[in-house]
Design a binder for this molecule. Structure first.
Ligand code: ZN
Length: 149
């Protein structure tokens, strides 16, 4: 078996696990930010909730339904961005997008690199980026420091 295949198996394992048992999969009543996301190409639908204060994403969760990649990507996202400064989350969003649409992001994305396998399937890229676009929209809509309540 080539190393590539081993790595791909690992990636599939992580995506399978996050799809089967998504992390932070619940609505958030006291969220300061939320947005809906829809990927009509695949039928994926998500709502992303975030609690932002002091420029930090204190908590993040999601609900919705969609394919394994969209669910796993959202689940991985919630783990990656919780506790991060908003600026860092925006940088991550750009880097994830680069990883999925270009050859190499100029940074180490750690566990999120499991999503890079999607690059080989252009029709699935939107599945993987949906949660990130939705979180991005949620945060942008309310501005840097604004809290809607
Ligand atoms: Zn999908």
């Amino acid at each position: 078996m080539r190393d590539d295949d081993g790595l791909r198996d690992l990636y599939q394992e992580v995506i399978f696990d996050h799809n089967r048992a998504p992390r932070n999969f619940h609505a958030m009543d006291d969220a300061s930010h939320r947005a809906d996301g829809h990927n009509p190409l695949c039928g994926d639908q998500l709502t992303v909730y975030a609690k932002v204060s002091g420029g930090i994403v204190q908590d993040v969760s999601f609900i919705g339904h969609g394919c394994a990649i969209s669910t796993a990507s959202a689940s991985l996202m919630t783990e990656a961005v919780r506790g991060q400064p908003v600026e860092q989350v925006e940088a991550l969003f750009r880097n994830i997008h680069a990883m999925l649409t270009e050859a190499h992001p100029d940074c180490d994305l750690g566990k999120l690199e499991v999503l890079s396998g999607v690059r080989e399937f252009p029709s699935r890229v939107k599945c993987a980026t949906l949660a990130w676009h939705t979180l991005h929209n949620a945060i942008i809509q309310a501005g840097d420091t604004a809290v809607t309540e």
